[in-house]
Ligand binder design. Structure first.
Ligand code: ZN
Length: 242
């Protein structure tokens, strides 16, 4: 995950019979599924078989159901009665709504961060982009996609508001699904120099310039979307999480 600091986690309220260890375990499973989505190892339409996931993660099916319910609530998973849980396949219209939400949320995050960011924040942002660049240079596509999404999450985390972090995390995960469904195959997740440009604008020119670049950046990502046929959802859950 993020290099310098573990991302804040949105914790589930504890229900009777759950120990703290169980909650941590559920958080870890949740994180691993989201990371697999972010890295495009779990693709839209993939069936999440409770029994298999229970075996992979060494917990009972009730626990898996709790994690799936949380992912379903966030829109990353779709549950179909009598058929089970699947990685969501956002429609084109849903995709547009997600980008609309990001265009509202992310300028506000940039403005808040610009107010409070100091040398340490800028150092972390630059370090993150350097990691993205290194992954791109070694052609590690999964890491590039994940780090691209996490750049936006890092901004939310630095602002430090748990509800905004949660929102950004959901939107970033859903964007990963959308990119996978609708992106042209050769377009990278986020053009690397655009992240650098946003940081430098925040550092040297102030929030308005950085916000304009962020909006342009979101437009560029959305502009690469195209209707296409979803990928083959037949995947091996054991192999993904082994
Ligand atoms: Zn980006």
């Amino acid at each position: 995950m993020l290099s310098e600091k573990e991302p804040s986690r949105t914790r589930q309220p504890r229900s009777p019979g759950q120990t703290l260890g169980t909650i941590e375990k559920l958080d870890a499973i949740y994180e691993r599924i989201l990371t697999a989505v972010m890295e495009h190892r779990l693709i839209p339409g993939t069936k999440l078989v409770e029994e298999k996931l229970a075996g992979v993660f060494g917990v009972n099916r009730t626990r898996i159901r709790e994690v799936l319910a949380r992912l379903a609530y966030e829109g990353v998973v779709t549950t179909i009665p009598n058929r089970g849980a699947f990685i969501a396949s956002p429609t084109v219209e849903e995709a547009r709504h997600i980008f609309q939400a990001r265009r509202i949320l992310e300028p506000a995050l940039i403005r808040s961060l610009a107010d409070q960011a100091g040398a340490e924040e800028f150092r972390r942002l630059h370090a993150h982009v350097a990691e993205e660049r290194a992954a791109r240079e070694r052609d590690d596509k999964r890491t590039v996609i994940r780090l691209s999404g996490e750049f936006h999450l890092l901004i939310a985390e630095m602002v430090g508001s748990p509800p905004l972090i949660k929102l950004m995390r959901e939107l970033a995960s859903l964007t990963c699904l959308i990119i996978l469904l609708y992106d042209s195959p050769h377009v990278p997740a986020c053009p690397n120099h655009e992240h650098t440009d946003i940081i430098e604008a925040m550092e040297k020119k102030g929030p308005d310039a950085a916000i304009a670049l962020m909006l342009g950046h979101l437009d560029h990502i959305e502009a690469t979307l195209d209707l296409s046929v979803p990928n083959d959802p037949e995947v091996d859950l054991e192999a993904i999480f082994s």
